[in-house]
Design a protein around this ligand. Structure first.
Ligand SMILES: [Zn+2]
Ligand SMILES: [Zn+2]
Length: 351
């Protein structure tokens, strides 16, 4: 075991502050990684403030961060896929049971024994719970370490490990969207990645937004058009014309309005999770044989595929890079959705 510098929160109301945390000595299957950048996901904020207490209560101190990119510093004796110096990533998962239907189908995120990167019981007993990426280093089983293409700008790679795979997976699974009309609801950390992926897969991409001032940015990110969702005329004009809509909004909104935008056999996939249940009109699904789905990050193989795709298409997240000392201000701004489109912590600032 060794000590690593990190930032943690001591309670739901405490600010994040510098600390040091135990990391396990590298086991034969482990990869030790020096963290270069870590993205700030909205989940980090929820977890630090214990806002998901009913589902997964936070154990303090918490070290958040599951959008990790770094360099391998050490590998265990049985590690075959990585060597010191390799550029790697770690996302929301650091382990699973490797032996259930989900694991066998490469969807480890649904494994009943999936171990999340932070705030999950630590199977190795290094600490009560796993500690995430707001740290100078991390030790992870090689099966949950991803290869990162060398040609990408690293600060913008970090958010691919959560925001990237969360949006890539449902778009990819839906099928061939080449030349089809695809909608992305919301233009935040998730939405801006959805636009980039849908465009890269050849779709005609429409952003639905409540704020007309996001129009220019949406077009810059690759959208072909923007619909202001609060304008009934703009919505009505394109009703029934979409093949697929990715809904990234975590605030309450009228989902039936978007179901109405879908054409025959159209699908709306949710990746945002409002607190209160949606009221879904059955008629909105019956007419046009439409479907409503959800999606949660992606498995390890698919996350690797996504990173390779990003390397080939030069896709990264639009980030604002901050030193870790500005983490609390960043959280305040994140709570107000005041970031374009993801914060990425430069871990050199922790040294
Ligand atoms: Zn996340
Ligand atoms: Zn499993």
């Amino acid at each position: 075991m060794y000590q690593a510098k990190a930032y943690s929160a001591a309670s739901a109301t405490a600010e994040l502050a510098a600390t040091s945390i135990p990391r396990r000595a590298t086991t034969p299957r482990d990869v030790q990684i020096e963290i270069l950048f870590c993205g700030i996901c909205h989940s980090d904020l929820h977890a630090v403030r214990d806002e998901w207490n009913s589902v997964m209560p936070t154990v303090y101190p918490i070290v958040p961060g599951h959008e990790i990119v770094g360099r391998v510093t050490q590998v265990g004796s049985e590690v075959s896929n990585f060597k010191p110096g390799d550029l790697v990533g770690v996302g929301c998962l650091v382990d699973s049971d490797h032996d259930c239907p989900s694991c066998n189908n490469n969807v480890e995120q649904f494994c009943p024994d999936a171990v999340f990167t932070y705030n999950a019981p630590d199977q190795h007993g290094t600490a009560p719970v796993t500690y995430g990426g707001y740290s100078e280093s991390i030790v992870v089983d090689e099966r949950f370490v991803l290869k990162v293409p060398e040609n990408l700008q690293l600060a913008g790679v970090a958010p691919l490990l959560c925001a990237g795979i969360t949006t890539y997976s449902p778009i990819r699974r839906w099928g061939d969207i080449q030349g089809k009309k695809v909608g992305v609801v919301g233009l935040g950390g998730l939405g801006h990645m959805g636009v980039k992926f849908a465009k890269a897969f050849g779709a005609f991409v429409t952003v639905f937004t409540t704020s007309p001032r996001k129009r220019e940015d949406a077009l810059r990110l690759g959208a072909d058009e923007v619909i202001v969702s609060t304008d009934p005329e703009q919505m009505q004009a394109q009703a029934g014309s979409f093949a697929f809509i990715l809904d990234t909004v975590a605030a309450e909104h009228d989902i039936n309005a978007y179901l109405g935008m879908l054409g025959l056999d159209g699908n709306l996939t949710l990746v945002g999770a409002p607190e209160t249940p949606y009221a879904v009109s059955a008629f909105a699904l019956l007419f046009g044989r439409k479907s409503l789905s959800g999606s949660l990050i992606g498995g390890i193989a698919e996350t690797q595929e996504m990173l390779d795709f990003c390397g080939a298409h030069n896709i990264t997240s639009d980030v604002e890079v901050i030193p870790i000392q500005q983490i609390n201000q960043a959280y305040q701004r994140l709570a107000k959705a005041d970031v374009k489109y993801r914060f990425s912590i430069d871990m050199a600032s922790l040294k």
